[in-house]
Design a protein around this ligand. Structure first.
Ligand code: HEC
Length: 101
């Protein structure tokens, strides 16, 4: 019987690990897909007009992971939409990463 519980626990643990957004994955995606415009540190390049700096305190306070996810998925003006290029999970991990800058 205890073996059965051990198995359940292992399955649960594996599920939690795979479901948890991975901050490091977000950083990798950010550097690969976003830093061209938004800069390595989150300070936008001059041509990415209209984008705030992601390390700005006021922006951090005013912005939620959910609102970042929305802009990234749908795009806005010159910001491209990523809903067909990244999975929902990848969009979430990159949004979580932005909140750590
Ligand atoms: C081609 C250049 C480009 C790329 C690549 C790009 N962005 Fe943007 N992004 C922009 C521009 C320009 C804006 C400003 C849009 C506007 O005019 O409102 C923006 C806006 C945003 C905003 C909204 C900020 C706010 O609160 O007003 C977020 C969040 C964001 N980008 C995240 C990302 C993430 C995450 C990625 C990578 C998955 C990414 N962007 C890739 C150009 C880009």
């Amino acid at each position: 019987m205890s073996r059965f519980f051990a198995l359940i626990l292992m399955v649960l643990a594996a599920f939690c690990l795979s479901a948890a957004p991975d901050g490091n994955q977000g950083e990798v995606i950010y550097q690969a897909r976003c830093s061209v415009c938004h800069g390595k540190e989150g300070v936008p390049k001059s041509f990415a007009k209209g984008s705030p700096a992601f390390n700005d305190e006021a922006w951090q306070k005013a912005t939620s992971v959910e609102s970042i996810e929305r802009v990234v998925a749908e795009g806005r003006n010159k910001m491209p939409a990523f809903r067909n290029k990244l999975t929902q999970e990848e969009i979430r991990s990159v949004a979580v990463h932005l909140k750590t800058l």
